[in-house]
Design a protein around this ligand. Structure first.
Ligand SMILES: Nc1ncnc2c1ncn2[C@@H]1O[C@H](COP(=O)(O)OP(=O)(O)OP(=O)(O)O)[C@@H](O)[C@H]1O
Length: 347
């Protein structure tokens, strides 16, 4: 099973040292991503999804710091690698695309030149890039156009010579994905890649990600707050709340049998356990301040099932059935109740 795993994050803690205090943005996060799968990271805004991703790719800057934990990618703990090795991983192993590609694209170069630069960096390395033949641009033109075709860029022959501002939002996101794919990563992290786009373009971009997995066999971590996106494309999913993962399972299980009260709140459908079903249609309260997070389970102030233990002890993420992990003191009870009601429903 372990050789199927591409990335394993163990007990990751990433904090930000601000004037107001220490923001415990990621506080003991563990998960794994298998080869060739699309793994969703979901949760409300500010729960630590982006910080988790930036920690994996080694892009946490001051005032942030990875305090502890392991990030094992292709068998190596990335936290132990020197910065030049880490830069190589960012160049070849792991790539990241963001919500607003304009921030990552350079406005003064054409899309073609930007993709070409990545191809050259990938082929020659930063030290030898000057050794690339003079006519390389002409030689690689077909490759770049093929790359744009792969991301279903409309009219690639024209797009290659366009500047970012000449393209629509969806086309820019395609260009960004093409650039990232030029590095032939094993893992692509997509942070809210479709949030800024309208629904039709969103669907097209998600289809491209599915295509990439199919054709190139890469793994993708898809960060989103949109559960319908998760349902559409992800294989497995982790639900984050206030710097912790509270539940992780395959997508079917998460939607069919969510166990953690927060996940169930997110789904707005807690028919089996909820006694007062109507009152659970939204999650009361708001995400806590991560400088002074609540003790014990961080969700307890919003959880209607909270008991004394929840206020004192932080629950561990435990496997309650094969591949289904939950961090809740009452996970077993909830799970059994779900199974009971499931049995009754089937009778
Ligand atoms: N540079 C920073 N300095 C201080 N605090 C930060 C910094 N970057 C992130 N944080 C804090 O870390 C916490 C987690 O933020 P993060 O961006 O990971 O959330 P998110 O789940 O990705 O939310 P969103 O969906 O809004 O992007 C937040 O409380 C945020 O304010």
């Amino acid at each position: 099973m372990d050789n199927e795993i591409l990335l394993k994050v163990e007990d990751l803690h990433t904090y930000f040292y601000t004037y107001e205090g220490v923001v415990k943005a990621v506080d003991g996060v563990s998960f794994f991503v298998k080869k060739g799968e699309i793994f969703g990271l979901v949760g409300e805004t500010g729960c630590g999804k982006s910080v988790t991703a930036l920690s994996v790719i080694g892009l946490i800057d001051e005032p942030g710091k990875i305090e502890s934990g392991k990030i094992i990618f292709q068998g190596k703990n990335l936290r132990e690698l020197p910065e030049d090795e880490m830069r190589k991983i960012r160049g070849k192993g792991i790539s990241m695309i963001f919500q607003e590609p304009m921030t990552a694209l350079n406005p003064v170069y054409t899309i073609g030149d930007q993709i070409l630069e990545i191809i050259l960096l990938h082929k020659y390395g930063i030290e030898n890039i000057k050794k690339a033949p003079k006519d390389i641009k002409k030689k690689e033109r077909k490759n770049v156009i093929d790359m744009l075709r792969l991301v279903r860029m409309p009219d690639p022959e024209r797009a290659i010579d366009s500047y970012p501002h000449e393209l629509s939002g969806g086309m820019r996101q395609r260009a960004m994905i093409a650039m990232m794919l030029a590095t032939e990563p094993s893992l692509l992290i997509a942070d809210e890649p479709t949030t800024a786009l309208d629904v039709t373009v969103q669907a097209q971009i998600l289809n491209i990600l599915l295509d990439m997995r199919e054709k190139l066999g890469i793994s993708i971590i898809l960060i989103t707050h949109d559960l319908s996106v998760v349902a559409d494309v992800c294989d497995r999913v982790a639900v984050m709340y206030a710097g912790n993962i509270v539940e992780m399972a395959d997508v079917y299980t998460i939607f069919k049998n969510p166990v953690h009260p927060y996940t169930r709140g997110l789904m707005q459908a807690i028919p089996s356990i909820a006694e007062k079903k109507e009152e659970l249609k939204y999650i009361k309260g708001s995400v806590p301040n991560l400088i002074y997070p609540p003790p014990g389970c961080r969700f307890h102030p919003r959880c209607e099932y909270a008991q004394d233990i929840c206020k004192k002890e932080k629950p561990k993420l435990v496997e309650i059935e094969p591949g289904h992990y939950v961090a809740c003191h009452f996970a077993k009870e909830f799970f059994e109740k779900i199974k009971e009601t499931e049995g009754e429903d089937n009778e």
